[in-house]
Design a protein around this ligand. Structure first.
Ligand code: PAF
Length: 286
């Protein structure tokens, strides 16, 4: 591996593409970590994974308007550019791409081409956040096209997003390796997320109940409980702990389809639940 160079910031999409093309022409492998900023240790673990496997690492920061619903937190999503740039430099990122909305949506967001990934985007968060995954797939396709990396890194915490991007990449024939990176957790088990900062200190402690519930779901499946029973118990448990539950389900890990009762492996437990002002998601492979 070549040594990292100092972090540079590029805002213009054309300059971004030129820089990566130069690196690739020199035979360097380029890893890409797309983000919406407000970076935490989970994001830096994606940079570390890219750093370990690639010669050059590009990160992007873009709070993508098309993946937020009308009543969601687009306007208030935390924007912390200076701290993020310092963190990326310390983590060994080489290039920070900060496109503006006009660069990614030259005809405006309403008139933009949309990438829809059927089946995998239906259900789970797709049912509770209509249009969210079209927004994610569209912006990631655009970012992939500007950056043209060899590999791109995504957290496993956003499990449905990871499966969606894997599928989009294969379906569109994009020559990019999609790498899923394990979820980083707080000491109490709470999955790291930018939205955790919407939680009060007391809620942060209680939010760890999601992880404990996922562990209990896995245990119950391995002990032979039916999926229906496991899901009902999980929802009741989360409600009793003060959550408003969107879903607590068991799915096949490969394609998120509903498993039969005979299926006991290659499964994933997935939870989305609201606590205070935060909507939290998490999952655990079974
Ligand atoms: O996971 C995220 O932060 C976003 O959904 C992504 C992949 C950067 C697209 O905006």
């Amino acid at each position: 591996m070549n040594m990292p160079i100092d972090l540079q910031r590029v805002d213009a999409a054309e300059s971004m593409r030129r820089r990566v093309l130069e690196w690739r022409r020199d035979g360097l492998r380029v890893g890409f970590v797309p983000t919406m900023g407000n970076l935490h240790a989970g994001h830096y673990s994606l940079i570390a994974a890219a750093r370990a496997q690639c010669d050059r690492v590009v990160a992007s920061i873009f709070v993508n308007p098309t993946q937020f619903g009308p009543n969601e937190d687009f306007a208030t999503y935390p924007r912390t550019m200076d701290a993020d740039a310092a963190g990326l430099a310390a983590a060994g990122c080489d290039l920070l791409f900060v496109p503006d909305t006009a660069a990614l949506y030259p005809f405006g967001t309403a008139a933009a081409v949309r990438v829809h990934v059927p089946v995998i985007s239906a259900g789970l968060c797709g049912s509770f956040r209509p249009g969210h995954f079209d927004g994610v797939a569209s912006v990631v396709a655009k970012l992939f096209n500007w950056v043209q990396p060899d590999a791109a890194y995504f957290g496993r915490k956003d499990f449905q997003q990871l499966r969606l991007i894997e599928r989009m990449t294969v379906d569109l024939g994009l020559p990019i390796d999609i790498i899923g990176v394990d979820t980083l957790r707080e000491p109490n088990g709470l999955a790291m997320s930018s939205r955790n900062q919407y939680l009060s200190p007391d809620e942060r402690e209680r939010a760890a109940e999601i992880y404990r519930t996922l562990q209990a779901m896995g245990h119950a499946i391995r002990q032979g409980s039916t999926r229906a029973r496991v899901e009902t118990v999980a929802v009741d448990r989360l409600r009793a702990a003060g959550f408003r539950v969107d879903y607590a389900v068991i799915r096949r890990a490969g394609d998120l389809s509903e498993p039969g009762d005979g299926d006991r492996t290659h499964l994933v437990g997935l939870v989305a639940a609201h606590l205070g002002k935060a909507r939290l998601i998490d999952n655990l492979l079974i």
